[in-house]
Design a protein around this ligand. Structure first.
Ligand code: GLA
Length: 387
């Protein structure tokens, strides 16, 4: 991959690149829409991701080229003019990170030429944008010798997504992409940012990623709306309990005081957050005890809660997950990430993967009218330079 990228870089920019970096995509095993409510998440990095070949320039110009958006050709920008421009399209994600770094006082003394190639399926909800953002942060850290930790790169990339792109996402995606470790998930407390690595050894099972192939962009989804709903529910609950975030509540406490939320929709949103947080903690214990059966049941419950209470699934994800539940050899399945299309994951018996995929595909095609796609997940490393 590295040699190939170097070659492609020189075709586009007529110079040799000096470094090649990689940042992964992610799946979340369980703990969905908890990260902006102060709860736990349990994601892992996958081996699909974003590659970047780079060469520093002597001036302050920036030139971006993506193989995935080759028809846009080279997008030019400048370190002194990093404001959002619609026509800069995907390059805005890079510019947002650069501007955020500069605003925080990190010195970015010179521009660069950057060649991007990503193999995260487009619009699949496996965090291609966070991957690109963390990639740029990681490159700047290395090439400009910035005194910034990987954890702070994650926070900075999240800030760029929130303020520059305008998606009010939580910290999960940027954190796992910056901090991921091969064959491990991260149990992350999003309130304190304390985390532990949990080895993932699924024995005779694998994680199957299932793509609805319903493209969606977070920026035009109901993501920000869900966040606002949680904030409103929190305000009501704060009349009865001294909490900072929804996930400060246990399920028992929530059930005692949830009557203060008058709006039935807001009640459902808050219920999901609190119950999902309890579920992710129990699911992490089940996995540590190698109890895959229980883990799978929590995955199923999580999906139902995201469908019925949080209402972020939709017909494509529901069809996919419900078809998966019917198959022999499946321990659990749920949507992963923000929802509204994108991907689901399932815990599947290794030697039955083929049959299971075929059966799901037939049902999905029949109901939705176009095929879904499958990938067996390999849990990879976080962002860094390719040796
Ligand atoms: C998106 C966001 C994350 C998180 C998930 C839902 O991936 O970027 O911060 O909120 O949705 O769990």
């Amino acid at each position: 991959m590295k040699t190939e990228l170097k070659k492609k870089f020189s075709i586009v920019f007529h110079e040799e690149c000096s470094h090649v970096f990689f940042a992964p995509g992610r799946i979340n095993l369980i703990g969905e829409h908890t990260d902006y409510n102060g709860g736990f998440v349990f994601p892992c990095a996958i081996t699909f991701g974003t590659y970047g070949a780079i060469r520093l320039r002597q001036d302050r110009k920036l030139r971006f080229f993506s193989e995935n958006f080759a028809s846009l050709d080279i997008i030019e920008s400048h370190l002194d003019h990093l404001e959002y421009r619609k026509e800069d399209d995907w390059a805005n994600y890079c510019k947002g990170v650069l501007l955020t770094l500069i605003k925080k006082g990190y010195p970015i003394p010179q521009g660069f030429d950057l060649y991007i190639y990503g193999n995260i399926p487009h619009g699949s909800g496996l965090s291609s944008s966070a991957s690109l953002e963390v990639l740029v942060g990681t490159m700047c850290q290395a090439l400009f010798h910035l005194d910034i930790s990987m954890k702070d790169i994650a926070l900075l990339a999240q800030q760029a997504e929130n303020e520059y792109i305008g998606v009010n996402c939580g910290i999960m995606d940027q954190f796992i992409i910056a901090m991921g470790k091969e064959n491990h998930a991260i149990a992350l407390n999003t309130q304190t940012l304390d985390y532990t690595y949990t080895p993932i050894d699924l024995k005779d099972h694998v994680i199957l990623i299932m793509n609805t192939c319903k493209e969606r962009k977070l920026s035009d989804s109901k993501y920000n709306e869900r966040r606002n709903e949680c904030e409103q529910a929190l305000k009501s609950l704060q009349k009865k309990a001294p909490i900072q975030q929804l996930c400060d509540l246990t399920v028992e406490k929530f059930d005692q005081i949830s009557y203060v939320i008058e709006d039935p929709i807001l009640l459902k949103r808050a219920k999901h957050a609190v119950y999902e947080n309890e579920r992710v903690k129990k699911a992490m214990i089940a996995l540590q005890q190698d109890d895959l059966i229980t883990f799978g049941q929590y995955m199923n419950q999580s999906h139902l809660s995201l469908k019925e209470d949080y209402e972020v699934t939709g017909i494509e994800l529901d069809t996919l997950v419900e078809a998966t539940w019917q198959q022999e050899g499946v321990l659990g399945a749920r949507m992963t990430g923000a929802g509204f299309g994108g991907c689901a994951i399932a815990l599947v018996k290794k030697d039955q993967v083929e049959q299971i995929q075929q059966a799901i595909l037939t049902q999905y095609l029949d109901r939705i009218g176009y095929p879904c796609q499958f990938y067996v997940a390999a849990i990879g490393m976080g962002a860094g330079e390719l040796a």
